[in-house]
Write a protein that binds this ligand. Structure first.
Ligand code: SF4
Length: 287
């Protein structure tokens, strides 16, 4: 019943099909290695496409988040400790998939004194140890805004560090425990700590933001030193999650891309199905 309703209101350009045969091999292998992916946990609509190309985004520090954002499908609760073998599991997965660019993210771990920064650093070091030419992109939570944790992350050897701004300031109430200005501060702290680092951020659009609000927010991001950007359509994982207010057309996504480029962003991906890690390796192929 619910699915029928969704189909009625979803526009044609959001009717991507998930092929289970294409993703089964990768899913089975990652399960055996013992690695979580945000692709699976967040029910990413690109999973068939990415897994069939052997691209995945690893999710470290467990699959239970200490926050409960109203748009997110990741389970909330009290996480278990930190898996000391995780860096090795990550390298096993990197080798299995043959990745040249690795994207790692995590749940928010407010229970850890460093927000989980050390585990990101250990995973990065382990990857660089097997092949220093593999590029690493870390998509981090706010790490409780700890300057020390952010400084350490900025200088751990990763080429790109991202922290998602997700939406415009007026809608920030949907991000439980987050603060727009402090999220901008995360990006600035990272850039100040390592001026050579590429800083990335991402928006989910269609939550009711206006074009002017988006433009102002893009300028805020750029002024913090962020030059890599992704923008995609927010899709509600279920009826209890934040509602979609608007389906942004592919044409509008393209206009937003041009708007961001005009502001000065170096690399922009903007389309209904773009996600923060979507084809992230392309930055290095095109730069
Ligand atoms: S877009 Fe990112 S999260 Fe989604 S399936 Fe691809 S790699 Fe995974």
């Amino acid at each position: 019943m619910f699915k029928q309703n969704i189909k009625k209101i979803k526009p044609d350009w959001l009717m991507k099909k998930i092929s289970f045969t294409h993703k089964r091999d990768v899913e089975t292998a990652l399960k055996e290695i013992g690695i979580n992916t945000v692709c699976q946990e967040a029910m990413c609509p690109n999973i068939s496409e990415c897994f069939s190309k052997k691209v995945a985004t690893f999710m470290i520090l467990g699959a239970t988040c200490t926050r409960a954002c109203s748009y997110c499908n990741v389970k909330t609760g009290t996480p278990i400790g930190v898996d000391q073998e995780e860096p090795e599991k990550i390298t096993n997965a990197v080798m299995y998939l043959g990745l040249k660019h690795v994207v790692i993210t995590s749940v928010t771990r407010d229970d850890l004194h460093d927000g989980g920064a050390n585990q990101f650093i250990e995973c990065t070091k382990a990857i660089k140890k097997i092949d220093s030419n593999i590029t690493v992109e870390l998509l981090i939570p706010d790490l409780k805004y700890s300057s020390e944790a952010l400084n350490n992350i900025a200088n751990c050897g990763a080429e790109i560090v991202g922290h998602n701004i997700e939406t415009v300031p007026r809608l920030y109430h949907i991000r439980k425990g987050a603060n727009y200005k402090k999220s901008l501060g995360v990006l600035k702290t990272l850039k100040n700590a390592n001026p050579k680092l590429k800083i990335k951020s991402s928006y989910m659009l269609g939550l009711g933001e206006s074009e002017d609000e988006l433009k102002e927010s893009l300028k805020d991001l750029f002024n913090m030193g962020c030059t890599l950007l992704t923008m995609g359509q927010y899709l509600a994982p279920s009826r209890v999650h934040e509602k979609v207010i608007e389906y942004i057309t592919p044409k509008k996504f393209n206009e937003y891309k041009n708007m961001a480029k005009k502001i000065g962003f170096e690399f922009v991906k903007s389309s209904p199905y773009t996600r923060s890690s979507y084809m992230a390796h392309e930055y290095f192929e095109n730069s």
